[in-house]
Design a protein around this ligand. Structure first.
Ligand SMILES: [Zn+2]
Length: 136
């Protein structure tokens, strides 16, 4: 596996965001929002460029104004998985505030999910059918 240094949480978070196609500025904005850290363009774009040079990231043009989005390639996905495993505890730290567990099946809800009031208390579920099964 080719090497690129993922030596801080900002880079790791950028890798996480690349699971879906994403604009460079969205990476910067989301890191600011979710991590409360300033990720400068001078930090993110060279990192994206490096990933691109290694074949881990490819650029797609979308929309009428040819805006660029970044997306992981197959080998980029493998690389990102390896990094996520390596930095598992850091990732946990990054997502723990947002992480909820489905009250019915116990799976972890990373985004979205479904909440409902059950006997006066708000419960979180991964999906409406888990909520339905829980109420029974
Ligand atoms: Zn569930």
């Amino acid at each position: 596996m080719k090497e690129v240094r993922v030596d801080n949480l900002v880079k790791l978070y950028a890798l996480l965001l690349l699971q879906k196609q994403v604009h460079g500025y969205e990476i910067i904005k989301t890191i600011k929002e979710k991590l409360g850290r300033n990720a400068s363009p001078g930090q993110i774009y060279p990192f994206l460029k490096k990933l691109q040079n290694l074949g881990y990231v490819k650029i797609r043009k979308v929309g009428t104004r040819d805006k660029k989005v970044y997306v992981l390639t197959k080998s980029g996905e493998r690389f990102s998985k390896a990094m996520i495993e390596k930095f598992g505890s850091m990732v946990e730290l990054a997502v723990q505030n947002r992480l909820k567990t489905c009250a019915h099946c116990g799976c972890e809800i990373y985004s979205g999910g479904h909440s409902e009031k059950v006997k006066g208390a708000t419960k979180y579920f991964c999906c409406p059918s888990c909520a339905k099964a829980f109420r029974k």
